[in-house]
Design a protein around this ligand. Structure first.
Ligand SMILES: *[C@@H]1O[C@H](CO)[C@@H](O)[C@H](O)[C@H]1NC(C)=O
Ligand SMILES: *[C@@H]1O[C@H](CO)[C@@H](O)[C@H](O)[C@H]1NC(C)=O
Ligand SMILES: [Ca+2]
Length: 342
């Protein structure tokens, strides 16, 4: 066997069974058809036996599920019918965003969901606000940046974003997505992703393992995942629904889902880990550990502003202190001198 075949062989074996080791934990992955959407989209949007249901302007063709066409004021979604009770999973999203509009004259993007609610309409990429669960957004229009630009303001180069921007958010039913600010106040993290009007295939990867949320993208046609965000301590309840949605406003794009592939991950846990997990209470409301801390780390400009404020304050206090001491010492000295004269 030539060298290359060995590799192919090894690859096949690896794919078929025990696959990759991560954090020294081995994982096994299985495609779960009931939570996956792929060609030929049999019965999607027509048969009630299908695992997927369409909403709004979404349409199925032979090549894709088109959430919205490249027309103004459309909104569409596709939602899984079955709640997902897996502990660890991974979703690979094959999508395509394309349209006539020039750069930044297109909108608004699409969202991938794992939420308690399903088939709702609303302002968050076509889904309801105050959703409960996880949303991963591919935001193609910089609402806030455009707004600032109109006021001749801008973010510092460090905090400025280039759109399209991929962003993740966890909602608990009472956290609102701020569309005008592109979700900055509630984001867990994100990354830039130039995904529009590309020839090659574009993929988004969302992995949820041991309460760690990892998002990666593959948009360069290199078949390589690029890190986007990686956050531990993300608590998501079981039994939520997968979905994808999109909306267009004054600006538009074709927002297509080619496939959603959901893999069950079997993570091998040590005895101790298993016991620990059994002891913990079941998660009922989504949350993120140390979310406030996470936010603090993100608004670095605010932090340095505060730091400068305190630095100036303390130096001024220090200076005043020195002046007072100086005056006291001086007046003592003068007094002593006066005493000596008389
Ligand atoms: C949702 O999160 C917000 C912000 O962290 C918090 O103030 C609120 O109490 C949470 N709501 C529930 C139902 O947990
Ligand atoms: C979302 O939650 C916020 C804060 O809890 C509330 O002010 C707002 O009215 C809610 N919006 C919707 C659409 O329920
Ligand atoms: Ca936006």
């Amino acid at each position: 066997m030539p060298f290359k075949s060995y590799w192919t062989f090894a690859f096949l074996i690896c794919n078929a069974a025990w696959c990759f080791a991560e954090d020294e934990h081995e994982m096994e992955e299985f495609l779960k058809r009931e939570y996956s959407l792929s060609k030929p989209y049999q019965g999607v949007g027509s048969a009630s036996s299908s695992h997927w249901e369409l909403m709004g302007d979404a349409m199925v063709t032979t090549d894709q599920v088109r959430l919205t066409p490249d027309k103004q004021s459309k909104q569409g979604a596709v939602w899984g019918r079955l709640p997902c009770h897996l502990t660890d999973w991974e979703m690979q999203v094959h999508f395509k965003i394309h349209g006539q509009g020039k750069k930044n004259l297109n909108g608004d993007g699409l969202a991938i969901w794992y939420t308690k609610e399903r088939m709702q309409k609303g302002p968050v990429f076509g889904n309801m606000d105050n959703f409960t669960g996880l949303g991963v957004f591919v935001d193609t229009y910089p609402n806030e940046e455009k707004h600032l630009e109109a006021q001749k303001k801008r973010y510092t180069p460090r905090t400025q974003r280039i759109f399209p921007f991929v962003l993740a958010m966890v909602g608990n039913g009472s956290i609102s997505y701020d569309h005008e600010r592109d979700g900055r106040p509630t984001e867990l993290g994100g990354c830039n992703a130039m995904v529009r009007n590309l020839k090659q295939d574009t993929f988004l990867f969302i992995r949820y393992v041991r309460r760690r949320l990892t998002v990666m993208i593959d948009i360069d046609g290199q078949h390589e995942w690029r890190d986007c965000l990686d956050i531990p301590g993300v608590r998501l309840p079981k039994g939520y629904y997968f979905g994808a949605s999109s909306v267009t406003g004054d600006l538009s794009d074709n927002h297509d889902i080619i496939s959603l592939k959901l893999y069950q991950l079997t993570v091998f846990r040590s005895q101790q880990e298993q016991e620990e997990e059994e002891e913990e209470e079941e998660i009922t409301i989504p949350s993120v550990d140390n979310f406030e801390f996470l936010k603090f780390g993100l608004v670095d400009d605010g932090m340095s502003g505060i730091a400068i404020f305190f630095a100036v304050l303390f130096s001024m206090l220090g200076l005043i202190f020195l002046i007072v001491i100086g005056l006291v010492v001086y007046s003592h000295w003068k007094e002593n001198r006066r005493k000596r004269f008389y």
